[in-house]
Design a protein around this ligand. Structure first.
Ligand code: C5P
Length: 209
């Protein structure tokens, strides 16, 4: 049997990670947060003293990325996130990370992948596709909560501005820009609790698998 794939895309801090984990747990599927592979590649590049706009160095870092690199705590740092979104605009970097994602999606009995282009590029044939959004202010508030939970103080205006910058770069890039697949279920989570998002997504997914 072909493995089943659930594709979840959307901007940062819209709630797609939480949703992806809960769906995977509920269905007994594997879960891959694909932002972490871009972050792991960016971290390797920064650690080697490379420049995120140096395409050849960024491609080498993407090819050197291994599954063991995904567990590192420092991948969540904002400097790594910003570098990740810069190298993610480069076609050879995206191409280098494609096989890894597609191999993951073949895992039995199924896989949930969350990112920016899962439903549009990585798995255009996914059985279920969700596009999760929320207002920039709601997403900045959630990101601030995450930071607080890790003991990090932050300034709302700074978090909001960093989020807008990253959104703009992800939406306006030429390769694999952030956008909903034409057949994705759109979920605006601005005024929804995590439980409501999960219930809506599960009903949709169950109807499609
Ligand atoms: O989701 P996260 O903030 O961890 O992603 C970091 C960056 O990686 C994003 O800003 C985006 O540029 C890039 N990314 C991507 N495609 C994906 C996942 C992440 O371009 N599927």
């Amino acid at each position: 049997v072909a493995a089943r794939v659930i594709a979840i895309d959307g901007p940062a801090a819209a709630g797609k990670g939480t949703l992806a984990r809960r769906l995977a747990h509920e269905l007994g599927f594997r879960h891959l947060d694909t932002g972490m592979i871009y972050r792991a590649a960016a971290r390797l590049l920064l650690a080697a003293g490379g420049d995120p706009d140096d395409g050849a160095a960024a491609e080498r870092a993407a090819r050197a990325m291994r599954i063991e690199d995904l567990g590192r705590a420092d991948l969540r740092q904002e400097t790594v996130g910003q570098a990740a979104s810069r190298i993610a605009a480069l076609e050879p970097v995206r191409a280098a990370l494609l096989d890894f994602q597609r191999a993951f999606g073949r895992m039995q009995p199924g896989a949930v992948l969350d990112g920016r282009d899962i439903g549009t590029v990585v798995f255009p044939d996914a059985q279920a596709k969700l596009f999760v959004t929320a207002s920039p202010e709601a997403r900045a508030r959630r990101r601030q909560e995450e930071l607080r939970a890790r003991g990090l103080a932050s300034i709302f205006a700074d978090v909001l501005e960093e989020m807008r910058q990253r959104d703009r770069r992800d939406r306006e890039r030429a390769v694999a820009p952030l956008r909903p697949a034409s057949d994705a279920l759109l979920l605006d989570t601005t005024d929804m609790s995590a439980d409501e998002v999960f219930a809506a997504a599960l009903a949709y997914v169950n109807a499609r698998l």
